[in-house]
Design a protein around this ligand. Structure first.
Ligand SMILES: C[S@@+](CC[C@H](N)C(=O)[O-])C[C@H]1O[C@@H](n2cnc3c(N)ncnc32)[C@H](O)[C@@H]1O
Length: 236
């Protein structure tokens, strides 16, 4: 596993651990981010266009998708159980608001099941670090975006490798300790998930990658060092 690629057996193990987080995902995410996650999600949400087709890649249990109202929403995830929970949660809210139902698709970022030039925005929150081939995923995101369409990525990037070590302690002892209590087991999923956090690169690394993959007006903004960077770029 490195800053760009996750091998097949590691990725399968990652998916197994991600699925096991479902019952306590939001609770632990909130603790791990010192209660800041809602604020960061709002920042990402405010960047999205107010109309058009929006895709969330790696929607998980719907924690971000449920906050996107009105617009035509498509959610994608490789884990069927994530999609099942997300659909119940997101479409219940959309139904109450009288908005169109969101569509849920099984798939991966690296092979998006959508036609070219279809989306006004593609977003991905706390998922980019789990993509098994980040360049392939970015080129797919670019393919499905309309010209000028916006890509928004939110994930915890480090400032440099020293900062990465601090992150490792944070994940291992702070998040890991809490996860152990909440999950009531020593072998809780966050033990394994720390690997993707540690292998993830710097803000600069992915700003450069977005440019190399042909995105325009690329920006990488550190929202909270080691916990939240928002990258944006536009398809040409
Ligand atoms: C930590 S959850 C994030 C959930 C949600 N987006 C949020 O804001 O909290 C990461 C999700 O990314 C998905 N994922 C992992 N690898 C992926 C890939 N290659 N393509 C698309 N989604 C992927 C996982 O199945 C998981 O549901």
């Amino acid at each position: 596993m490195d800053t760009e690629i996750i091998g097949e057996s590691d990725w399968n193990e990652l998916q197994r651990n991600l699925e096991a987080t479902i019952p306590v995902y939001d609770k632990i995410n909130n603790f791990a981010t010192l209660g800041q996650v809602k604020r960061w999600r709002r920042k990402a949400q405010n960047l999205l266009p107010e109309e058009g087709n929006i895709l969330e890649i790696g929607c998980g249990p719907g924690s971000f998708a449920e906050t996107i109202d009105g617009r035509k929403l498509f959610c994608l995830d490789p884990i069927p159980e994530m999609l099942r929970i997300a659909e119940l949660r997101v479409n219940k809210i959309r139904n109450n608001l009288g908005h169109s139902m969101a569509e849920f698709h099984k798939g991966t970022a690296e092979d998006l099941p959508f036609e070219d030039n279809f989306f006004d925005a593609v977003c991905t929150l706390f998922s980019f670090r789990d993509w098994f081939n980040k360049r392939k995923g970015l080129s797919e995101a670019k393919r499905v975006l309309k010209p000028g369409g916006l890509l928004v990525i939110l994930d915890p990037a480090k400032i440099n490798s020293f900062h990465g070590y601090l992150g490792l302690f944070w994940m291992k002892y702070w998040v890991g300790g809490y996860a152990r209590l909440v999950c009531k087991q020593k072998e809780h999923p966050w033990k394994w998930l720390t690997k993707t956090y540690v292998s993830f690169g710097t803000t600069k690394k992915y700003t450069k990658m977005l440019k190399e993959e042909g995105f325009q007006e690329v920006r990488g903004r550190v929202i909270f060092p080691g916990m939240a960077t928002i990258w944006t770029g536009r398809a040409d």
